[in-house]
Design a protein around this ligand. Structure first.
Ligand code: ADP
Length: 492
């Protein structure tokens, strides 16, 4: 099969969160299974050019119709750790991708509407006719809309679209200008409840809703979140739309790429280890302490790695820091906040705790350091308000770092409480789970983990090894996606 991924991120060259990991890891798995995969991305000025090999201009004159004119673009081509990627660079005054950031501009909807249009135009003009277009999140929600309303009539009638939603919170809203710019026009046609009209704001077009409505198949990133998105408020108003399209909607648990996230080969960690031999993990703990100037004492290190925003339960992340200190454990945080108030809160905490030898707060995005933390910490907290899949608990498991998680989304599908899980045998359990989003719930789960670490080290080691034995690679999800692609290719 010939598959093209169209996305706004691909790790490690463009990574703001889990989306980047998924686009890269899934592509590698699909290729390993004998498919041809290409990835179309924006050419951001701030991406990690040091992770691209052989970057060159592949297509000099791509003219993308935009309003009543056309924008001149170049398409660059290069390999990101073995994956073939195409980067689209528009040459005009909007400077859509030269903003020093991936997201967060006031015209994000136009930036990614343009990217979606340019990706299709590139496929059309370069005569690429993939079997499957796999689009991700709101940024590419308009791809299936334009494909089936416009490009289908220009020689792209055989392409099928799989659309994956990584986070329902950000849906991409536009208005009449989006229709005019992309050439979709026909205001009255698209502002319909069964097309792109937002379910709650009749004056807005919803890109993600368009993606759901027009794609041949829609997935979200875990089975439990597929249920939550339909039946709870984590669908952010799209529950009814998902319900209407339930026959083409399902949850496929993300995988993690064990070529990247694997303590046996990870080039960012100083000591390798595996399930049978955990000595290297103890050495990494020492290295982590040295690196972050934490004192060397017989106590567990608890970590948090992730974005600092409301979704992630920041009030509990904050509390976990102090509860760890109260319980005489150490705490390491690696996180970045895009919201100014959250950022200044943690900056303040960092200054306040600066001289404490049992805690380190690292504010910012640091891929290399994250690997050492996964490898050196004993436990990882993931106290999310909601979590479509969550990769950090799965990476933690692979690195023998016991997850302490809240029972939402993909965390439900991947972490099974050592003491209370009813559905798994004791030898299948791999972490700690709490339910309420409050301090006592978090504390009780942390206490159980810390107590086991101190009082029954052998049992704690068993728990680590049980966690490491899980296969959360792309092996199973890769198979699931191939099945979905096959299904939509041969349907009707
Ligand atoms: P989300 O996609 O909601 O941000 P996930 O758990 O799905 O969360 O994926 C998070 C990914 O981003 C993981 O690979 C994690 O290691 C990485 N990550 C998050 N924050 C940081 C950070 N500040 N520095 C380095 N890596 C980070």
């Amino acid at each position: 099969m010939y598959i093209v991924q169209i996305a706004s991120e691909c790790a490690p060259v463009i990574k703001a969160g889990g989306l980047g990991d998924v686009v890269y890891g899934l592509s590698r798995e699909l290729e390993a299974r004998g498919n041809t995969v290409e990835i179309i991305l924006p050419k951001y000025d701030c991406m990690r050019y040091d992770h691209i090999w052989g970057l060159h201009e592949a297509y000099r004159d791509l003219w993308v119709p935009w309003y009543d004119a056309a924008v001149h673009c170049s398409v660059y081509c290069g390999w990101v750790h073995g994956r073939l990627c195409f980067f689209i660079e528009p040459h005009d005054n909007d400077n859509f991708f030269n903003r020093g950031c991936y997201y967060g501009c006031s015209d994000d909807n136009m930036r990614f509407a343009f990217f979606s249009k340019a990706a299709l135009e590139f496929l059309l003009q370069s005569n690429k006719r993939p079997d499957i277009l796999h689009c991700h999140d709101w940024q590419t929600g308009l791809v299936p809309v334009m494909l089936f309303e416009m490009y289908k009539h220009h020689g792209m009638a055989n392409q099928r679209v799989c659309y994956t939603i990584h986070n329902f919170k950000h849906q991409g809203m536009g208005g009449v200008e989006t229709l005019q710019a992309t050439g979709l026009n026909q205001e009255a046609y698209y502002f319909q409840y069964d097309r792109l009209q937002d379910n709650f704001n009749p004056f807005a077009l919803n890109f993600m809703k368009g993606g759901i409505t027009y794609s041949n198949f829609v997935t979200t990133v875990s089975p439990h979140h597929a249920w939550e998105a339909r039946f709870t408020d984590t669908g952010y108003g799209l529950g009814h739309t998902l319900h209407a399209f339930q026959d083409k909607f399902r949850g496929v648990l993300n995988g993690i790429d064990y070529n990247v996230w694997n303590p046996e080969v990870d080039r960012y960690i100083p000591h390798y280890f595996n399930q049978e031999n955990l000595e290297g993990k103890a050495e990494n703990k020492k290295a982590l302490r040295d690196r972050l100037l934490l004192r060397h004492e017989n106590k567990p290190i608890i970590c948090y790695i992730g974005r600092l925003d409301d979704q992630k339960g920041v009030h509990l992340v904050h509390h976990a820091t102090y509860h760890a200190l109260y319980r005489d454990a150490q705490f390491v945080l690696l996180g970045s906040a895009t919201e100014a108030s959250i950022n200044s809160h943690f900056q303040h905490e960092k200054r306040f705790l600066n001289d404490n030898p049992d805690v380190h707060l690292e504010l910012g995005f640091n891929e290399e350091l994250s690997h050492l933390i996964y490898a050196g910490a004993d436990m990882i907290v993931v106290p999310s308000n909601y979590e479509p899949c969550g990769l950090t608990q799965m990476i933690g498991l692979k690195y023998g770092t016991v997850p302490i998680v809240r029972s939402v989304g993909g965390l439900v599908n991947t972490v099974f409480d050592r003491d209370f899980d009813q559905d798994h045998l004791p030898e299948q359990r791999n972490g700690y789970v709490f339910h309420q989003s409050d301090f006592p719930a978090l504390e009780s789960a942390m206490d159980r983990a810390i107590d086991l670490w101190h009082q029954e080290p052998k049992e704690f080691q068993n728990l680590i090894q049980q966690g490491m034995s899980y296969d959360y690679s792309w092996n199973y999800p890769g198979k699931d996606y191939i099945e979905i692609y096959d299904y939509i290719r041969h349907k009707e």
